[in-house]
Design a protein around this ligand. Structure first.
Ligand SMILES: Cc1cc2nc3c(=O)[nH]c(=O)nc-3n(C[C@H](O)[C@H](O)[C@H](O)COP(=O)(O)OP(=O)(O)OC[C@H]3O[C@@H](n4cnc5c(N)ncnc54)[C@H](O)[C@@H]3O)c2cc1C
Length: 465
């Protein structure tokens, strides 16, 4: 009998889920209400696509497992993405000081525009699996609390039901899954929001001539000063461009006008980002996003869960984007789906619940990392630190201070933030020992630049003149 799977949403979670499903379903239909561009172009249904999107090593590893016959790393690099080593290729000011740079390679992350990433993933999945995309808006699920049997869709031809043996909701942060489930009789979905009131402001610049090799440079927000957090980042993307991304929590948000944008950069704790872009040519306006709270739907905890239905990506949980985890959690959820399907097939009873519970583990890890920092910003809504948070934070702050000059502590932090290992990595004996010993060197007075990079900054100063 022919088996059909339907995926709601052709974003990253949806396309990767389609790749996972294509190994066990005869037909995989991905539905999206948006017109999908033929190239790496911004689209309406993905407003966050204007902002910086770092793809962490854990997310890339999950993607590598998902799309048959393609190295996603090579495919993305060939399309123009940059690969950046967290240990040697990044200049970063943490709340505890500048991180030293190392010769050894740490985990790598990829940077490119979100438009390029989504397009490249879509092309790879469509070319290497039998999945097909159809333009349609999903209105609701069909079936019962016992089993989802398809979706009701709206297309140019009108409304109709589309039957399916398996349905994935990957419709992103605006997903109506809680309403859809309630209509089937499941109304005990617990939700939680922790909102630091973060605003992102992003502008793209042409990379100044001679600065092409300059490393990704960032200043992280400091949650521990009882002041709004302010951060900034200059990251290379495809097409010889820099994406300049600013973010501030409630009370310290960056403005959307171009003068205010530049002033915000100049007011960051160190002048390096301002110096990098003061003479650079802007290629876009400033784009602002306010969709940045952490929001979680505990779908794995409902009393009953319908067979043949799984929720992945932002439809399941969203995180403050400052921590760069959403796409990685989406990819890990799709990989978990793929592994379970491989083991148990599409129609085994209890499969959907097992996938939902397994996916909750990577959500837990990302949620803990994001929320344990956001609760310290003074105007955060939905959470505040308790005694356990205070104890954990004094340990992690000491570890970050140590990481400014200890490879052992720094690599533990990179492994966890890039989601290649779980948070227990921070409690390994070697990491604990390094943390207790503290930083082996005094704090650096400024950004750790090579002589060539210093010369680039001096030249940029002269150009901006
Ligand atoms: C400002 C900002 C910066 C970010 N930076 C990072 C970062 O650096 N690193 C990182 O990993 N993550 C980052 N994220 C998070 C990342 O954008 C999301 O985690 C990711 O987009 C999730 O992918 P998704 O496929 O679940 O949802 P989406 O990419 O939002 O895709 C959902 C799709 O569903 C479609 N759709 C919606 N409703 C329907 C419907 N009813 N019927 C049919 N189609 C529908 C939409 O058109 C869309 O195509 C950032 C987020 C923001 C807001």
């Amino acid at each position: 009998m022919s088996r059909r799977a339907v995926v709601i949403g052709a974003g990253l979670a949806g396309m990767l889920a389609a790749a996972a499903l294509s190994t066990v379903a005869d037909e995989v239909i991905v539905l999206d209400r948006d017109e999908l561009p033929d190239g790496p172009e911004h689209r309406k249904g993905l407003p966050q696509g204007r902002h910086a999107h770092l793809l962490m090593a854990g997310g890339l590893a999950a993607m590598e497992d998902l799309v048959p016959g393609v190295s996603m790393r090579k495919h993305l690099l060939a399309a123009g993405a940059h690969e950046i080593s967290l240990s040697s290729g990044m200049v970063a000011l943490t709340p505890e000081g500048w991180l030293r740079r190392w010769r050894h390679e740490g985990p790598q992350m990829l940077t490119c525009s979100r438009a390029l990433l989504d397009w490249a993933v879509r092309v790879a999945v469509l070319a290497n699996t039998g999945a097909k995309i159809r333009k349609a808006q999903v209105l609701e699920l069909t079936g019962s609390a016992h089993r989802v049997e398809g979706v009701r869709i709206s297309t140019a031809a009108g409304e109709t039901d589309l039957e399916a043996d398996f349905v994935i909701d990957a419709s992103g942060r605006g997903s109506r899954v809680v309403t859809w489930l309630a209509a089937l009789g499941i109304s005990d979905v617990r939700e939680k929001t922790v909102d630091a009131g973060l605003v992102n402001a992003t502008r793209i610049y042409r990379t100044p001539e001679g600065a092409e090799s300059f490393p990704l440079t960032m200043m992280q927000a400091d949650p521990y000063q009882s002041r709004p957090g302010r951060s900034g980042m200059v990251l290379p993307i495809e097409g010889n461009r820099w994406m300049v991304s600013l973010a501030g929590t409630r009370g310290g948000q960056p403005p959307s006008d171009t003068e205010g944008f530049l002033q915000y950069i100049r007011d960051l704790p160190h002048p390096i980002l301002g110096r990098l872009i003061s003479g650079a040519e802007p290629l876009t306006d400033v784009h602002v996003s306010r969709s940045t709270s952490n929001h979680r739907r505990y779908l794995e905890k409902t009393r009953q869960w319908p067979e043949r239905f799984v929720v992945l990506g932002d439809a399941l949980a969203i995180f403050n984007p400052a921590y760069g985890q959403g796409m990685t959690v989406a990819a890990m959820g799709a990989r978990n789906l793929g592994r379970e399907l491989e083991r148990h097939g599409l129609t085994t009873p209890g499969l959907a619940r097992r996938v939902q519970r397994g996916t909750a583990r990577s959500v837990d890890a990302a949620w803990t990392l994001a929320v344990s920092q956001d609760i310290w910003f003074p105007e955060t809504r939905g959470g505040s630190p308790n005694i356990a948070d205070r104890l954990l934070t004094s340990y992690t702050r000491r570890m970050i201070r140590t990481a400014t000059s200890s490879y052992s502590a720094a690599s533990a932090i990179w492994d966890v933030t890039s989601m290649t290992t779980g948070p227990t990595r921070l409690l390994r004996p070697s990491t604990v020992l390094a943390t207790l010993s503290g930083p082996p060197l005094p704090a650096a007075a400024g950004p750790p630049l090579t002589p060539e990079e210093r010369e680039i900054v001096r030249k940029l100063d002269r150009t901006a003149g």
